[in-house]
Design a protein around this ligand. Structure first.
Ligand code: M6R
Length: 606
């Protein structure tokens, strides 16, 4: 989950490296560092510290370095705590390197090659630096290849050798590295965003290929040391960020962007009452023939599947497996060539989702990725891709990506219903119209954010909270609870209301606020009984209630009325309300809303 960058140029590189690290900071913000071949001292100089890229910038201001070739890193700690020593780059002998990934056998390597004496940190990465240094024979590629053969795990390694001061070397297994020509030189990085909008095409470095970055050439060598021609991908999407605008945090800005972004995601897929996936190139035959559907995803993206499975049952009358991608490979999943696997991911880089997708494809499944980041690893691995148009999502907590993924998912299921003969023309038109209403309904919720802010104030002192609902409401609340816990640090659990009394109700007291949702009219009365049960144990209750469902006889501390949509679509407005609730609790608690502790935006380690 670390971010890495390498840059060699005919001009000073330090500013570009720091700027790129800032663009990569969403990958990890425990610590940051850079190493340059310094033109004054004529040696590799390292600057690194625990903290943010802004701290590194300050450090580089105090202890200046100037060079034409350098590497940089933002860290999300895996091996070894957050400290200056554990920050990358690591330097042993004539080798300086940064690393993204996890080396599983670093202890064995350390013992086998007697490297302990060279180590000052607790990281797996420093062991690799020591290993490469101990193997170094003046031939970087030969040495890297020999070292890589010893490694077990995932890695993107970016390496400088003291005696090759203008060249950067890199190699990877699973963890991504992209490379590109930019006007002043050449760059490589963990993802295209770090190129800062300076390139219009890029190379994805193939696994175990060694890339050499020279000032005016990017050279790739396969495992037999043969030069290979790179394959280029166009960057035909906007990789730049337009800042927070007038918002104090990206999370708020991204919540507010949902109506526009969902309109964009639906455009081209819904037209004149028809649902079409023509622009995605998804063949109708695939949708008509598949006998099973399986979602692999993590976190918020997995919750799209969770809610989506209700839709699949109710519309397609099919069962859909929804699996944590991290568990998928170990559960002997039932997958065959008639299975359609949906890999859902904002970043397109989540390693568990990527590995689950690869595994499913090896078992014969066909696949569609629902992805936000163009050209990402999961997008490249999928047979077909439905891109969402959420635009760059910077806040760690996913908001607009979630509702955009849902919108794309709804379009997919709508199209399946058409090609499988479940929807007639009128049903297709009605479904399409409901979907097109989503942005306006979300906007109605956003317009009433002051009401949600007021409710949020009642949660500020809570240590634990529960969210309860039935059917689709339970699925909606799973995501609502994740949102609240990750940004506010209030331990929050979503519970199927009827299940509460089988144990968990023991935890309900006047100290545990409860957020309940009733968006499905047929579940109103049963849910009200469950609300009374928690109230009897002293809990205060906030209720999200669809506006046309009768409120009489309901006595809750707060009722927030959600704009009316057909039951199947209520996940959209309800989720917007829950996102705002989480946002306000976090910001009113004075937390770093966009960068919650221990989290990174892109999870590239297993
Ligand atoms: O990039 P992805 O959508 O694959 O990321 C999956 C999860 O890591 C992500 O949704 C995570 O749960 C978010 N922090 C939730 O807000």
């Amino acid at each position: 989950m670390c971010g890495i960058v390498g840059y060699t140029a005919k001009q000073a590189v330090e500013k570009r490296i720091l700027d790129s690290l800032e663009l990569l900071e969403y990958r990890g913000y425990d610590s940051a560092g850079l190493a340059l071949f310094d033109t004054d001292t004529e040696q590799v100089e390292v600057r690194k510290c625990a903290g943010r890229v802004s701290d590194l910038r300050d450090l580089c201001g105090r202890e200046a370095v100037h060079g034409l070739c350098g590497i940089g890193h933002t860290r999300w700690a895996t091996h070894g705590g957050v400290s200056d020593e554990n920050a990358h780059p690591h330097r042993v002998g004539c080798v300086t390197l940064v690393h993204n990934g996890i080396i599983e056998n670093f202890e064995e390597i350390k013992d086998h090659y007697g490297l302990g004496q060279y180590l000052f940190s607790q990281t797996d990465t420093e062991v690799v630096a020591a290993l490469i240094n101990s193997f170094y024979n003046g031939h970087p590629r030969e040495t890297i290849r020999r070292a890589v053969r010893c490694l077990k795990g995932t890695f993107a390694l970016v390496i400088m050798f003291d005696d090759h001061p203008d060249v950067i070397y890199a190699v990877r297994n699973v963890s991504p590295i992209v490379a590109a020509y930019i006007p002043s030189g050449t760059m490589l990085a963990s993802d295209v965003a770090a190129l800062g909008g300076q390139a219009d095409r890029y190379i994805v470095v193939p696994e175990y290929t060694i890339v050499e970055l020279h000032k005016s050439a990017i050279l790739l060598y396969d495992e037999a040391d043969r030069r290979i021609e790179p394959e280029y991908y166009d960057i035909d999407w906007d990789t730049t960020r337009d800042g927070k605008g007038n918002y104090p945090f990206y999370m708020e800005k991204e919540i507010m962007e949902q109506p526009d972004t969902i309109r964009r995601t639906l455009a081209g897929r819904i037209k004149d009452g028809h649902i079409s996936l023509e622009k995605d190139g998804v063949p109708d035959q695939l949708l008509a023939d598949c006998q099973r559907i399986c979602v692999v995803a993590c976190g918020t993206a997995m919750h799209v599947g969770q809610l989506g499975s209700e839709l699949v049952r109710k519309i397609l009358h099919m069962h859909m497996d929804v699996e944590y991608a991290s568990e998928f490979m170990y559960m002997d999943p039932v997958i065959d060539e008639k299975t359609l696997v949906l890999a859902i991911s904002q970043s397109g880089e989540t390693i568990d989702t990527l590995e689950a997708l690869k595994y499913a494809r090896r078992l014969g499944a066909r696949s569609i990725g629902i992805i936000n980041v163009r050209g990402s690893s999961i997008a490249r691995e999928s047979d077909y891709v439905m891109y969402t148009d959420a635009g760059p999502e910077i806040a760690v907590a996913s908001t607009k990506a979630y509702t955009n993924q849902l919108a794309a998912f709804y379009a997919l299921i709508g199209r399946m219903a058409v090609v499988r003969g479940i929807f007639d023309r009128e049903q297709e038109r009605e479904y399409a119209e409901n979907l097109l209403q989503v942005p306006d309904k979300i906007q109605l919720v956003l317009n009433r954010r002051a009401e949600i802010h007021k409710i949020a104030r009642s949660l500020l002192e809570a240590k634990d909270a529960f969210m309860i609902g039935r059917g689709m409401d339970y699925s909606i609340l799973l995501e609502g609870a994740l949102k609240l816990k990750e940004v506010s640090y209030i331990h929050t659990e979503a519970y199927a209301s009827g299940e509460l009394k089988h144990g968990t109700i023991a935890l309900i007291t006047q100290e545990t606020p409860v957020i309940a949702a009733v968006t499905q009219d047929d579940l109103r009365d049963k849910e009200l009984s469950n609300i009374r049960e928690v109230q009897s144990r002293g809990a205060s209750v906030t209720l999200l209630l669809r506006e046309d469902i009768a409120a009489d006889g309901i006595d809750c501390d707060y009722i927030f009325q959600l704009p009316q949509m057909p039951s199947l679509f209520m996940g959209f407005p309800a989720s917007a309300a829950l996102q705002l609730l989480a946002y306000y609790v976090s910001s009113d608690r004075g937390l770093d809303v966009d960068k919650p502790r221990n989290l990174a935006k892109v999870v590239t380690v297993e």
